[in-house]
Write a protein that binds this ligand. Sequence first.
Ligand code: CMP
Length: 144
Amino acid sequence: AFETTLLIAKPDAVQRGLVGEIVGRLERKGLQLAGMKLVHVPRKLAEQHYAEHAGKGFFDGLIAFFTSAPVVVMAVRGVGSIAVCRTLIGATNGRLAAPGTIRGDLGLSGGHNLIHGSDSPESAERELSLWFDDAELIDYTSSS
Ligand code: CMP
């Protein structure tokens, strides 16, 4: 199905200057940007985004990292985009992520892992509504 998913280039990606590399991979794959913005994330929004991890041992560090520098938030469209983006991103830990994936090619860290992607249609819907107003998501074709 044609889907929209929510991706976030995390503070480490922005600070390392890897946003273009990441967006380029998405574009070359054939996915389309429907929304994109730079955000220095307020703590409350970070906690809402990662609500499912509240109480876990890594939660406080995750929130501190996620609010430490700006992120680039993207709504990404295409056939099967939720699963396709998870495949492009790779496993959570950069040391375990397969070569060819964003995390596998660009990082060694488990927590500072460059990019977040919605993991299901339900989380994509929840996360898109958290980060974007409907009016911020733009429909267009590349052939106009
Ligand atoms: P993300 O896909 O954004 O979802 C939750 C994030 O928590 C994850 O990427 C990592 O950045 C971070 N994290 C840190 N430690 C862990 C861990 N042990 N297991 C899962 N996620 C972790």
